[in-house]
Design a protein around this ligand. Structure first.
Ligand SMILES: *Cc1c(COP(=O)(O)O)cnc(C)c1O
Length: 359
């Protein structure tokens, strides 16, 4: 068996310790004589798994009592629709920030349900108004922004200070990469397949006052109140993904929690950006204060024709999934929690070798 270094943007690398535990438990979960995949979601065994996972997630993120944690299906894109369906609360306008690719998708989807005001937009030069300067008034039902643009490699390192209306954030590629003050938000959501677990699971953390306002057309499976009351089991939840996310939560606790994850993630990112900035061969054009800790896009500005060669040789050297998203091209290294310091060192070594040969 070999395990290579995986820099995929998602579905992404998982901690090896988690995969090994899942392997050990795959056929027979804790002497119950069956796999988690084969359990009823209503069984005492699965309820224990589900509750433990929620409890650990709440502990890691310090989720306040007046917030619900949902384990849903549908991915982040489903939330682009589910959010306006559920939390407009008789208002007809919502404020959105456009910081890149996923912001635009969220905005376009929301337009089916409400008027969308884009209150801040990333400019040609890569800059965008600082979160503390985002202005909204109470005519908006909520303010939505994407905390980390996975494709563009643009991350807001501070939360906005918007007190008047619920703050909603797509944290698909940054949740659990660092501490978060959940109490600043009305709703936080994330598809699991980036930094949390396998595909198929979506985490929604929602403040209690925001449930119970779904538009009448809302499918019951997408009504937060229905899912809160059913403990995310109105319909069959993605049981195995929930279980695996639970193992990841335990792993994060074992690593020392989110303070520790943040320290490790910051170091990994700084190392890679430094290697890029020190060379004339590689380039990352994101303004320094917006550079993502999780997704680092880079290109070969003078040698674009070598990109394919870079990817081919990287793969031969055991560095997988470095191709940038089709929308932006070039390369991208995703440095989620499960991507080790060793993996980043191996990438930097490879980049330097490649530059020596072709630069
Ligand atoms: C991956 C991603 C999405 C899309 O997620 P799906 O689970 O495929 O719907 C949306 N937003 C962000 C920030 C992402 O990284």
């Amino acid at each position: 068996m070999k395990r290579l270094y995986n820099f995929c943007a998602g579905p992404a690398a998982l901690p090896e310790a988690v995969l090994l535990q899942a392997q050990t438990e795959l056929l027979d979960w804790k002497n119950h004589g069956l796999s988690v995949m084969e359990m009823s979601h209503r069984s005492a065994e699965f309820i224990e798994i589900a509750q433990q996972a929620e409890q650990n997630l709440r502990a890691i993120l310090n989720v306040p009592e007046n917030y619900h944690v949902l384990f849903l299906q549908g991915g982040a894109r489903t939330q682009f629709a589910t959010i306006p369906m559920n939390i407009l609360q008789n208002k007809t306008r919502a404020a959105y920030v456009d910081s890149g690719h996923w912001s635009k998708h969220a905005i376009n989807q929301a337009k089916a349900y409400c008027d969308v005001d884009v209150i801040a937009k990333i400019e040609e030069n890569g800059l965008i108004a600082d979160p503390k300067d985002w202005m909204v008034d109470e005519s908006f039902a909520y303010l939505h922004y994407v905390a980390n643009e996975t494709i563009d490699g643009v991350e807001f390192h501070d939360s906005p200070s918007v007190a008047k209306i619920p703050l909603v954030s797509d944290m698909s590629s940054t949740l659990l990469s660092r501490p978060l003050d959940v109490s600043q938000f009305g709703l936080v959501y994330a598809g699991a397949q980036k930094n949390i677990g396998p595909a198929g699971l979506t985490i929604v953390i929602i403040r209690d006052d925001l449930i119970g306002h779904a538009l009448p057309v809302t499918p019951k499976t997408f009504d937060y109140k229905v899912q809160v009351q059913a403990k995310s089991m109105y319909n069959t939840p993605p049981t195995f993904a929930w279980y695996l996310a639970g193992l990841v939560f335990q792993w994060i606790i074992d690593q020392g929690g989110l303070e520790k994850m943040a320290e490790i993630n910051r170091c990994k990112a700084e190392k890679l950006y430094a290697a890029i900035d020190q060379s004339d061969f590689y380039e990352n054009t994101v303004p320094e204060k917006l550079r993502s800790w999780m997704n680092v896009p880079f290109s070969l500005p003078q040698h674009d024709f070598l990109s394919q060669e870079f990817l081919t040789q990287a793969k031969q050297s055991g560095l997988l999934n470095l191709k940038g998203h089709v929308a932006v091209g070039g390369m991208r290294a995703s440095l989620y929690n499960a991507v080790t310091d060793l993996a980043v060192d191996a990438l930097i070594d490879f980049m330097q070798e490649f530059e020596k040969r072709y630069g």
